[in-house]
Design a binder for this molecule. Structure first.
Ligand SMILES: [Zn+2]
Length: 371
């Protein structure tokens, strides 16, 4: 069996979905099921929930090795399976790229990051996945989180709400009314789409990202500066040589400088390789792609909220949305919305509220660049 393992051959056990075994006992990609696995990773990477993936795979009729429909745990297991990046394992034998890969290492890595992030999130379980604004939505009166709650009406319909935690636990003197889940989520998604349709906003985000990118990469500007200085020194030395000043020490100094130049050049190319710069044009293109999202799809709605919304403070008559970019705060007065819907114009004096403290944008810069 060890001999088989060293040749990356199948040694029995549960065969992961997406693979078949050929007559030589080698793993081969199963053309019937592998595309669904690749798609499951892609969807999770783009913000779908575990439940979305489960629904998708079951809808496509993907079964486990015993011919049974998948469950929540099998999806979780599937998304962690390193065989999908081609890693062969048998006991303590690991052969990277021992079997054909179904998922790229980039996508797989991001999926692992998201999995561990979700594991860390407090008190999160399946049902809460559906409340897209959890952890972003705060009570405007007491500052507590608003969390999801559902209730069944007399007619038997289930209604979903967001409710202030203080009200729910009767902790503080807060009287924030609960809001309907769909209403507030639609409103936030629409505001985000409105924000993204503004070219000036896109420009502002891009310039901030470029700025952050420059600040992130601290070594490169330093090496480039050193290289410029070295090149000037070499040029000065060459000028001196042309004018006939050539001693033993000029020669060794020139050699030193040339070695330093070579060294810096290789450092710079390594740095550029490790952290490729993302250009303005690409960032603009990437951001504008969000305009084409289908806001009716849950995974798309979730991606919009996760990427662009920093926080929302909700009052009974208005809300304050802070987007993930400088000066990205909008106040929405509900009476104005109603008036706009009714086609009337109502004078509004927007109350000036202090912007909520913004989190470090570095995390989502990385997220954006990774995309
Ligand atoms: Zn409250």
């Amino acid at each position: 069996m060890t001999e088989n393992a060293l040749k990356a051959k199948y040694n029995g056990g549960t065969l992961p979905i997406g693979y078949t075994i050929d007559s030589e006992r080698h793993f081969q990609i199963d053309p019937l099921t592998a595309p669904f696995i690749a798609e499951a990773f892609r969807q999770y990477d783009e913000g779908a929930t575990m439940t979305d993936i489960l629904d998708y795979l079951n809808e496509k009729g993907v079964k486990n090795s015993r011919g049974l429909p998948l469950n929540y745990n099998s999806v979780q297991h599937l998304l962690k399976n390193r065989r999908y990046i081609g890693e062969y394992t048998y006991r303590d034998i690991i052969i990277p790229d021992g079997i054909p890969a179904i998922v790229s290492k980039d996508v797989f890595g991001r999926v692992q990051d998201r999995l561990s992030e979700n594991k860390k999130a407090p008190a999160r379980h399946k049902a809460e996945d559906d409340y897209l604004l959890t952890t972003k939505l705060f009570c405007g009166y007491c500052g507590a989180y608003l969390c999801g709650e559902s209730g069944t009406s007399r007619t038997g319909n289930v209604h979903h709400y967001y409710k202030c935690v203080s009200v729910k636990k009767k902790r503080a003197d807060c009287h924030k009314k609960p809001v309907k889940k769909d209403w507030i989520e639609d409103l936030v998604v629409n505001e985000t789409m409105k924000m993204l349709s503004d070219d000036n906003v896109i420009e502002a985000i891009v310039s901030m990202l470029i700025d952050l990118q420059d600040r992130e990469n601290t070594n490169l500007p330093m090496y480039e500066q050193q290289l410029r200085e070295t090149e000037t020194a070499i040029q000065n030395m060459l000028n001196a040589i042309q004018q006939g000043i050539l001693t033993k020490s000029t020669k060794s100094r020139l050699e030193e400088l040339e070695n330093a130049k070579e060294d810096l050049e290789s450092k710079i190319s390594c740095e550029k390789l490790a952290k490729p710069r993302v250009g303005e044009e690409f960032l603009t293109f990437w951001l504008k792609r969000f305009r084409k999202l289908d806001v009716r799809q849950k995974s798309h709605r979730k991606m919009l909220i996760d990427t662009f919304i920093n926080s929302i403070f909700l009052f009974d008559d208005k809300m304050v949305i802070t987007f993930n970019y400088r000066e990205g705060t909008t106040v929405i007065v509900f009476a104005d919305l109603q008036a706009a819907l009714a086609g009337r114009k109502v004078g509004s004096d927007l109350e000036c509220l202090p912007a909520p403290k913004t989190k470090s944008p570095k995390g989502w810069l990385r997220f954006w660049l990774a995309q």
